[in-house]
Design a protein around this ligand. Structure first.
Ligand code: URA
Length: 218
């Protein structure tokens, strides 16, 4: 139990050993762009598998080579993956490995380096976003400022809070709390919950700037 959280039922650290191992690998500052990018992709696939455990199933009829039978298949809403630009892009391909029919939306945010506040500059979503389950993806959930703005941007366009899952590799407690206070119905899934933010807004110990490490910029 972590003090200060609004709703622990809506927050999960995905503690699968492969997820933990791969996350620890990419925390290493000596891991270069290629391996970092590949591992973020693998982590995203593994996380999508875990996150999709909660997706509803229904009975369907199927005819095997032997006989007709009734078995389970995915039911209900279709999925949209919505990366927060730019670092969220690094998680998209890994998730579509698991959910290939998902549509992809985009929310562009940049962080003012002085105020650390996020600003929205681009939103493009599937037109039926209101009917979809939504995986909002951003490798780092730091202050929660971009996450809260992204959820607001989605809600403004008809998306349902209950249909949203926020998926991050690493979170700071501050970010989790910010989402849960603003949007208690959004599920949050992370691979690691770290200690805190430093004075520059980086997660400690974290893994540095996820966008720079994914794309080889500085
Ligand atoms: N964004 C990052 O990429 N890294 C952090 O530690 C915080 C925000």
């Amino acid at each position: 139990m972590i003090a200060g959280y609004v709703n622990m039922a809506k927050f999960q650290v995905l503690d699968h050993p492969l997820i933990q191992h791969k996350l620890t690998m990419i925390r290493d500052k000596n891991v270069g762009t290629k391996l970092f990018r590949e591992t973020v992709r693998e982590l995203s696939t593994l996380m999508a598998y875990e996150v999709s455990r909660t997706m509803p199933v229904k009975d369907v009829e199927v005819e095997t080579p032997i006989c007709k039978t009734t078995k389970k298949a995915l039911a209900g809403k279709k999925v949209a993956i919505v990366p927060i630009l730019r670092a969220g892009l690094g998680m998209v391909d890994g998730i579509t490995e698991m959910i290939p029919a998902a549509k992809i939306g985009f929310i562009g945010m940049y962080r003012d380096e002085e105020t650390l506040k996020p600003h929205e500059y681009f939103v493009k979503l599937p037109e039926d976003i209101a009917e979809r389950q939504i995986f909002i993806v951003d490798p780092m959930l730091a202050t929660g400022g971009s996450a809260v703005m992204a959820i607001e941007a989605l809600k403004k366009r008809g998306a349902k809070e209950e249909a949203m899952k926020f998926v991050s590799l690493v979170a700071a407690p501050e970010g989790v709390k910010a989402i849960q206070e603003a949007f208690p119905n959004v599920d949050i899934f992370v691979a690691g919950l770290d200690e805190k933010l430093n004075e520059d807004g980086y997660i400690v110990p974290g893994l540095g700037d996820a966008g720079d490490r994914l794309f080889g910029t500085k």
